[in-house]
Design a protein around this ligand. Structure first.
Ligand code: ZN
Ligand code: FE
Length: 263
C-alpha cells in the first residue's frame, strides 16, 4: 500500500509523491521544482528512491539534478529522448517497472509532446481504490493538454487509450487547471447535468484550498468534453464554432482543441 501525496509547485503544478509509509521510501513524478520536494521529504523523514518523468518540459524535469545531487544515483524513468538527458532508465509502451514494490506499466500517449508517457499501476496502490494513472499533461481533469507537437488524430488516440482503462482508475495529472477547464466544458456541454454538479463540487474543494485531484476516469468520461467527441451535444457545439464536414471523433477533437486555445 502506498500513499500518494500532492506536492504543489510553481503556480499550478503537482509533483505527485508516492510514499511507502512502512519503509519511509518515496518516488516522485515530474519534479519540475526540487525545492518543495526536498522540503517535504526532509520534513517527513522520507528517502527518495526513484523518479518518473512523463515528458521533457521544464516544469516537469528541472528539479531532477538537485534531487539526484542529494539522494545519489537513482533510477530516473522516462522516454528515450535526448531532450531529457537525466533519464537513465528509458522506457517505452508496454514496459513494466517496479516502483516501491508495485508494478507500474508504461503507456505512450503522444500529442502534448511526441514522447509523452503515462504510468499506470497494475494494481490499486491502496485497498478499495482503482489503479493509479500518472498522465502528466495529456489528460487533465475536465480537459486535456495543449497540443504542442502532435496532430488531432494522434492526441485523440492517446486520450482514447486512457479512456479505455477501468472507470475507477484514479487520474493524477500534473496541473490544477480544473476550474478553468470546467468553464470551457460548460460552454461545450451546457446541458450536461453531471458537469454542473462537478463544477459545484470542484469549486468547493478549491475554496477549501484542496486539490481537485485525483479525479476518476468515470467522472472524466461523464464530464470531460475531450473524451466525449462522439456525444451529439459535443458534436453540435463543435459544428457551431467551425465548419465540420467530417463528424468523426478525431475531427471533433481537433475543433474542440482549437476552440479551447482561444477560449
Ligand atoms: Zn508540458
Ligand atoms: Fe506541464
Amino acid at each position: 500500500m502506498l500513499d500518494i501525496r500532492p506536492i504543489t509547485a510553481f503556480t499550478d503544478n503537482y509533483h505527485w509523491l508516492l510514499v511507502d509509509t512502512a519503509t519511509r521510501q518515496a518516488a516522485v513524478v515530474d519534479p519540475g521544482d526540487a525545492a518543495p520536494v526536498l522540503a517535504y521529504l526532509t520534513q517527513h523523514s522520507l528517502q527518495l528512491v526513484a523518479i518518473l518523468i512523463t515528458h521533457h518540459h521544464a516544469d516537469h524535469i528541472d528539479g531532477i539534478g538537485t534531487l539526484l545531487a542529494k539522494y545519489g544515483p537513482l533510477p530516473v524513468y522516462g522516454p528515450a529522448t535526448a531532450r531529457i538527458p537525466q533519464v537513465n532508465h528509458a522506457v517505452q509502451e508496454g514496459a513494466s517497472l517496479t516502483l516501491l514494490g508495485h508494478s507500474v506499466e508504461v503507456l505512450e500517449v503522444p500529442g502534448h509532446t511526441h514522447e509523452h508517457l503515462a504510468y499506470l499501476s497494475r494494481e490499486p496502490l491502496a485497498p478499495g481504490q482503482g489503479r493509479a494513472l500518472f498522465c502528466g499533461d495529456t489528460l487533465f481533469a475536465a480537459g486535456c493538454g495543449y497540443m504542442f507537437e502532435g496532430t488531432p488524430p494522434q492526441m485523440h488516440a492517446s486520450l482514447q487509450k486512457l479512456a479505455a482503462l477501468p472507470p475507477d482508475t484514479l487520474i493524477y495529472c500534473a496541473h490544477e487547471y480544473t476550474l478553468s477547464n470546467l468553464r470551457f466544458a460548460a460552454a461545450v456541454m451546457p446541458h450536461n447535468t453531471a458537469l454542473h454538479e462537478r463544477q459545484r463540487v470542484e469549486a468547493a474543494k478549491r475554496e477549501r484550498g484542496e486539490p481537485t485531484l485525483p479525479s476518476t476516469l468515470a467522472l472524466e468520461l461523464a464530464t470531460n468534453p475531450f473524451l466525449r467527441c462522439a456525444d451529439p451535444e459535443v458534436i453540435a457545439a463543435a459544428a457551431s464554432v467551425e465548419a465540420l464536414p467530417e463528424r468523426d471523433p478525431a475531427s471533433v477533437f481537433g475543433v474542440l482543441r482549437r476552440w479551447k486555445n482561444r477560449f
